[in-house]
Design a protein around this ligand. Sequence first.
Ligand code: HEM
Length: 357
Amino acid sequence: MTLFVTADPANVHHIYTQNFQNYPKGEECAEIFEIVGQGILTTDGDLWRFHRKKLLLAMSRNCYNTFIAKMTQEKIENSILPFLSNAIEQRLAVVDLQDMLTRLSFDMTCILTFGTDPGSLSMEFPVVPFAQVSDDATATIFFRLSRPSAWWKLLRFFRIGPEKRYAEAKVVVDRFIADAIKKRKREMFEGKHVCTDLLYSYLCDENIPNSQEFLRDSILSFLAAGRETVSTSLCWFFWALSQNKQIEEKIMHELNFIHHNTTPKGMVIFDPEELENLVYFKAALLETLRLFPSLPFSFSSVKEPDLLPSGSIVTPGMKIITSAYAMGRMQKLWGKDCMEFKPERWISEKGTLLHVP
Ligand code: HEM
């Protein structure tokens, strides 16, 4: 394995924008992530562009944004707040926030993707097989990424260890997605479409191949991209607040000035539009993503030999790894206090959010 690992912003800019065509995800990536099929996360060239166009179209519909806002609010009111108030009533000393947030983002991503709430965040913390096997699949993907391909392919051939779990996970994932597509198609056939999720928009689009495979790969990629990224970020966000009382107070102070509704149990819900102008709160989220990026590194391959801005030469056969994690912690970029959680670094003198490319 020849790996080229970089956290140099000039290199990253070159790879992802200036000479993007030269750095496809590559065939090996598609093999490693084979469970998600030929979706947006694993494809290159025309197929990737097609996925991207369709996804952007589906997500830029006004009704989709309204749908997201409504579903998020309902989920908070009907799942998160009852869960937390139950924890208070039961005087629980410890609440597993990571589990709660993973369940929340799984439910939310399912709702946005195919309009059904699997209800994994309910009082009983039910076991959802799809969510469970997703963790096995992620672990195997990491295993594959960090081994020479001949090694994991041998294990795959004999169905040993992580490869056995990967194959089992695929069966569960396929069944879960097939059921979701079947249910949505049936609802549409019965004229019962009530929401505007992604799958609904795909089923209505005559230019989208109606094959089971295309739909499966598209919605699975979306699910895979949304679930852990959001939950991991939220988890680190709350952890950072727990370590920085002053920052928590500043966020609470900012929230005091916006309109909110209070539930009978004294809990508070905000309108999404009200959150638009919260500068300090957004800066704290950006600071979370800087120090704890939920996708800490990305992979690409090399098509033609190329000279990177850092002076390094990369050649076909190399695997390029760009590390957002390292980039977010470089003294050269962020200053001597780069390891400190400091939302202020994202706020300009005028009090607006700074854009960092
Ligand atoms: C805090 C939350 C999130 C973070 C930090 C995040 C981060 C990223 C990053 C870094 C990439 C580029 C990956 C690469 O090229 O290697 C990416 C791609 C993508 N993300 Fe997210 N993401 C988040 C949430 C979501 C959600 C909620 C969804 C949808 C439900 C989503 C859907 C996608 C899709 C479809 C792509 C592929 C885009 C393309 O190839 O054109 N992401 N995300």
